[in-house]
Design a binder for this molecule. Structure first.
Ligand SMILES: [Zn+2]
Length: 255
C-alpha cells in the first residue's frame, strides 16, 4: 500500500477507481458534498464549556479512561472509516488524519498534564486483520495525525489546545496477548468478557511506558470496551496516566 500511496494521482487512477470514499460518486475521491456533511458531524465544544469535553459511552466499562472524540460516528464518516480500513482506500487517510489530530489536540487540552513527553499509543489491529490487510492503517494514520499536530505549531506561537506544551511520540506499544472474537455483533457485557486480558504491552516497550503519560488512539469509540482494555494494559505496565482520543464516537453524551 505504501507503494500505491506514493504514486502520483494519474497513476493512482489506474490502480483505484476514482470514486468518493463517502458516497461512491464517480470522478473524485472525496466530494464537496461529503466534505460539507463531514464538517457537520464535528462535536465541537459544548455551549458554555470552558474547554473540550469527554464523550461517555452508554454504561461505560470499568477503567475506561477519559475519551475525546472529534465527531459523531455517522455517514459519511462511518462509510469513509470502513472504506479506509477494510476496503483498501488508504488515500482517505488525508481526510481522517486531520480529525484524529484535532481529537488528539482536544484530549491534550482537556487532560491538564504538565509539559513533557506524551506517548501516542494506537490500539492494535488483531493479528488476523494485519495478515488480511498487509499493513497497519491505524499506526499510519496516527503518524500522520502526529505530523499534523506538530505542523500546526508555528514557531513563537501562543500555545493553544494543549499541543505545544507536549512532545508527542508515536508508541505502537500494544499487542494482542490472545485471540479474540470479532467485536461487532457483541453487546457491551460480551465485548468486555471477549477483551478481558486480551491486550498487553510488548516487552520492548515496557521500560518506555513506565511513568509516562499516554494518549490511546482508536478510530471509533462505541462501548468503550477496547479502550478500557488497552488502558488496563498500559496502567499495568506502569503508565502514569491514560486518556483516549478517537476520530468518532457512537454516542453524543458528554461529561
Ligand atoms: Zn461523496
Amino acid at each position: 500500500m505504501d507503494r500505491i500511496r506514493a504514486l502520483p494521482g494519474a497513476a493512482l487512477d489506474l490502480v483505484l477507481p476514482r470514486e468518493c470514499g463517502g458516497c461512491r460518486r464517480a470522478g473524485t475521491r472525496w466530494c464537496t458534498r461529503c466534505a460539507t456533511a463531514l464538517a457537520s458531524l464535528a462535536l465541537g465544544d459544548p455551549p458554555g464549556a470552558s474547554g473540550p469535553s469527554w464523550v461517555v459511552p452508554h454504561r461505560p466499562p470499568p477503567g475506561l479512561p477519559p475519551v475525546h472524540a472529534w465527531g459523531l460516528y455517522a455517514d459519511p464518516l462511518r462509510v469513509a472509516v470502513s472504506a479506509w480500513k477494510d476496503a483498501g482506500r488508504r488515500d482517505l487517510e488525508r481526510v481522517l488524519a486531520p480529525l484524529l489530530a484535532a481529537s488528539l489536540a482536544g484530549a491534550l487540552a482537556g487532560c491538564g498534564w504538565p509539559d513533557g513527553v506524551v506517548l501516542v499509543v494506537p490500539v492494535p489491529s488483531s493479528p488476523r486483520s494485519v495478515r488480511a490487510r498487509g499493513d497497519t492503517p491505524m499506526v499510519d494514520v496516527c503518524a500522520a495525525a502526529l505530523d499534523a499536530c506538530m505542523a500546526s505549531v508555528e514557531p513563537g506561537a501562543t500555545p493553544g489546545r494543549g499541543v505545544v506544551a507536549h512532545t508527542l511520540r508515536l508508541a505502537p506499544a500494544l499487542r494482542h496477548a490472545r485471540r479474540v472474537a470479532d467485536q461487532s455483533g457483541l453487546d457491551t457485557a460480551q465485548r468486555r468478557r471477549n477483551l478481558d486480558g486480551a491486550l498487553a504491552v510488548k516487552a520492548f516497550w515496557e521500560n518506555v511506558i513506565r511513568d509516562r503519560r499516554c494518549v490511546l488512539v482508536d478510530d471509533v469509540v462505541t462501548t468503550g470496551a477496547t479502550l478500557a482494555e488497552a488502558a488496563r494494559a498500559l496502567r499495568r505496565a506502569g503508565a502514569a496516566d491514560v486518556v483516549g482520543a478517537t476520530m468518532a464516537a457512537a454516542h453524543r453524551t458528554r461529561a
